[in-house]
Every structure is written in C-alpha cells, then in structure tokens.
Write a protein that binds this ligand. Structure first.
Ligand SMILES: C[S@@+](CC[C@H](N)C(=O)[O-])C[C@H]1O[C@@H](n2cnc3c(N)ncnc32)[C@H](O)[C@@H]1O
Length: 210
C-alpha cells in the first residue's frame, strides 16, 4: 500500500525536467548510496517552498549530487545565493558538473568540508536552512543553523522519521537516537514553531519566531 501511495503521489506531482531526471539517473549509476538523494517529490516541494518564500540566502547542509540544491536555487530570486556544504570531496566534480549544466554557477556556492567546522564561519543571515547531512550531527546542526537564520526565517530538516524507527521504542541505534534527540530538541524549543510532515522519510518545517 505504501509503495502504491508513493507511486500515486509521484504520478500526481509535476515530473522533474530532463536535467533533474538525468541527475537522478546518474546518481543511481555513479554513487554508492543513491537513495540519499531528495528525489522528485521532495525536490519539487523544496522548489515550491523557495518559490513561495523567495529567499535571498539559503544554506544547505549535505549537498550529495546537488538535486535539492538545483531544485531550490532555480526557484530563488535572480540575486539569490545558495551555499551548500559537502564533506565528501569525491563528489565535488559531479556537483560542479550538474550545477554547470543547470547554469547555476552564480547562484550555487559549494563549500567542501565538515559542516560543523564550516557553519560557524559563515557570515550571512540565512532566510532558509535545509539540514540533510549525517544524522548523528542533527542536534549540532540545529544549534549551529539556528544562529545563522534570521528571525522569521526557516529551517527544514529531512529524514526526521528515519523509516519510522523514531516511533519504535525498541529501536535504539545511534542514528535513530540522534534523530529522536533532534525532534525533541525542536519540540521543546520555545524559540520556534514547527510542523513535521510525513512526506517520504519525514520533513520538518521550523520557523524561528524571534
Ligand atoms: C542525504 S545526503 C544529501 C542529499 C541532498 N541534500 C539531496 O537532497 O539530494 C547527505 C550528504 O551529507 C554529506 N555529509 C555527511 N556528513 C557531513 C558533514 N559533517 N558535513 C558536510 N556534509 C556531510 C554526505 O557526504 C552526503 O553527501
């Protein structure tokens, strides 16, 4: 039933264009963990959020093959800049290749390195942050990102349901525990309001109130 529903959702959402389709295909052919990619439905949602918010500054934590970065950057204003952080330097040529094919070299800035080290050095007040790197880092990324988002800005976090494991008390592996800690941190934070959407692997939209 879950697969059938996912298929139905996919069929009734705007299909990715040729470039995003190619990135998806190449990611499956050329990377070890292709399922890390945002994919068509979440990519479209991220694009729609950027079309609605028109953010001038976006920070993405975890680039992978730039599917989400390209989806978001396309929908940002012409003078917008998306900064995306990626720890795996082997992905760099692939990312640059896809960003160039999208004609977004001026709108996407790739920084290679550990996001935990890079984020404190970033200057801008971001309108939107997308947290999508290693799950153990989520609580840290949240605190670091919070400092860099302007009041009234948004933080999005992917994989917050972690294949449903967060709601199964019998599951206690480190990644599940880290995501649970992150979800609790957000739920208990009086500085924000948030909604956890059961889209794909779970996506939380967090608004920094002040
Ligand atoms: C789930 S994938 C990102 C998917 C991408 N946002 C998309 O939508 O297609 C996670 C990425 O985070 C990267 N990553 C993991 N730990 C990191 C860290 N400490 N700093 C920066 N990137 C990291 C991984 O190498 C991987 O490419």
């Amino acid at each position: 039933m879950k697969d059938r529903l996912e298929d139905y959702v996919l069929k009734h959402s705007t299909a990715p264009d040729a470039l995003l389709h190619e990135i998806y295909r190449q990611t499956n052919l050329r990377t070890i963990y292709p399922r890390m990619i945002s994919g068509p439905v979440q990519g479209k949602l991220l694009e729609m959020i950027c079309r609605m918010l028109q953010p001038k500054r976006v920070l993405e934590i975890g680039t992978f093959t730039a599917y989400a970065a390209i989806s978001m950057a396309r929908a940002m204003p012409d003078d917008g800049l998306l900064t995306t952080l990626e720890a795996d330097e082997e992905l760099e040529p692939l990312i640059h290749d896809f960003v160039a094919k999208a004609g977004l070299e001026n709108k996407i800035e790739l920084l290679i390195g550990d996001a935990k080290i890079l984020i404190p050095g970033l200057k801008d007040d971001f309108d939107l942050v997308f947290i999508d790197a290693d799950k153990l880092g989520y609580p840290t990324y949240y605190e670091l990102a919070f400092e860099k988002v302007r009041a009234g800005g948004f933080i999005l976090a992917d994989n917050v349901l972690w294949s449903g494991k967060v709601a199964d008390p019998g599951v206690t592996d480190a990644e599940t525990m880290a995501i649970r800690e992150f979800n609790q941190l957000v739920a208990n934070d009086p500085r924000v309001e948030q909604v956890l959407l059961p889209l794909r692997d779970g996506l939380t939209i967090i608004r920094k109130c002040s």
